[in-house]
Ligand binder design. Sequence first.
Ligand code: SF4
Length: 441
Amino acid sequence: MNNKYFIQTYGCQMNLHESEKLAGMLKQAGYVACETPEQAGIIIYVTCCIRENAEQKVYGHLGALKPYKMKNRDVIVAVGGCMTQQEGAAQKLHSTFPFVDIIFGTHNLCEFMSLLEKKRNQKKKVIEITEKWSESECIPMARNSYPNAWVNVIYGCNNFCTYCIVPYVRGREKSRKIADVVSEVKELIAQGYKEITLLGQNVNSYGNDILGEEGAGDFADLLDAICEQVKGDYRLRFMSNHPKDLTERLVMAMARNKNVCHLIHLPLQSGSNKVLKEMNRRYTREQYLEKVALIKKHMPDCAISTDVMVGFPGESESDYEDTLDIMQRVNFSAAFMFVYSPREGTPAAKRPDQIDAEISKARIMKMVALQNARTAEYSKTYEGKTIQILCEDYDKKRDLYMGRDEYGRMGYFTSDKNEIGNFVNIKVGKTNGISLYGEKI
Ligand code: SF4
């Protein structure tokens, strides 16, 4: 039996972390990772359905895999992740790609080894998509992002933004217990990890679903508990936040706990009150700016990054200008900018006033150019300064080590020893976009 596995991940950090969980289970059972699907006995696709092109990529890769699977019938092909959890998606996958052996939902991840066994014993296709959420984490995990580690703190989302499929495929919010998160972080720091990112689709809504239960608390309590109980030289980050759930308590907890990075990712999506209402974002542009002021009041140095969308149905030129206006006022340290992509099953996808692709294209191009100039300008303020970065990787081609500072800027430097996992001070010389180049000091 070929005991090699290959996992292809699409989408966000949540999915990357889920792939670490799958890899952990497979390794424990004696399987070993390989580099390409053609070397593998088990091929797993962890899918994303946030945008249409993410789905198209999965279909493309599955189509390309067919000849290999036809020649190697013993190879197991499995598809999991957000895409499979959508209504009717498993059946569509089954009929379009009948050679796929296992289709599993987002809540069935930790059962993967038993699904594999079932497939091998029954010799027929296994489809397992359930709504139930399992409170236990899949253990062990095969983390491959040293010195960084991701820790899930809350699953699902209750917000139902009108363009988003996540609440339909990930279910309602489910927070883990503070003690469980603290003990996972403690173990990671003891193992030598230097940066922990707390993950949730709506991370700062953490705890709302378990308030009142013994040992529960909100996200500010969680940050306090981690920083009080896990001592050491490490960084703590979290994503992704919803502006409506950003409280002064949380900002103050960020400010008082030295391990917490002064970077907050605060998705804006739109600067137009009309569009925000139609998106069901539950804040206005004024309230968003108040949250920004709150952050700056307690942490004047805090960097703020964001997600912005153009071309939401009915977005007028003046709605779009409102978004550019907020981007200019806040001066985001970085922005992830997207063109709206209709997702079947969401209210926005049914609207008749979809924006012409050419208009969206022109809007996104202008926005990207403006933000890139702002990002470059922001980076320039670093020139001549000394920053501390956590070295994450080595770029062989350029012979440079790389890592991020507390505020998310990418720094590059040379060194004659392995620096991965070290906190390194570099004096910034030149900058290029979001990247800073410097000398180790
Ligand atoms: S808060 Fe985020 S994950 Fe939740 S529905 Fe809105 S966009 Fe989707």
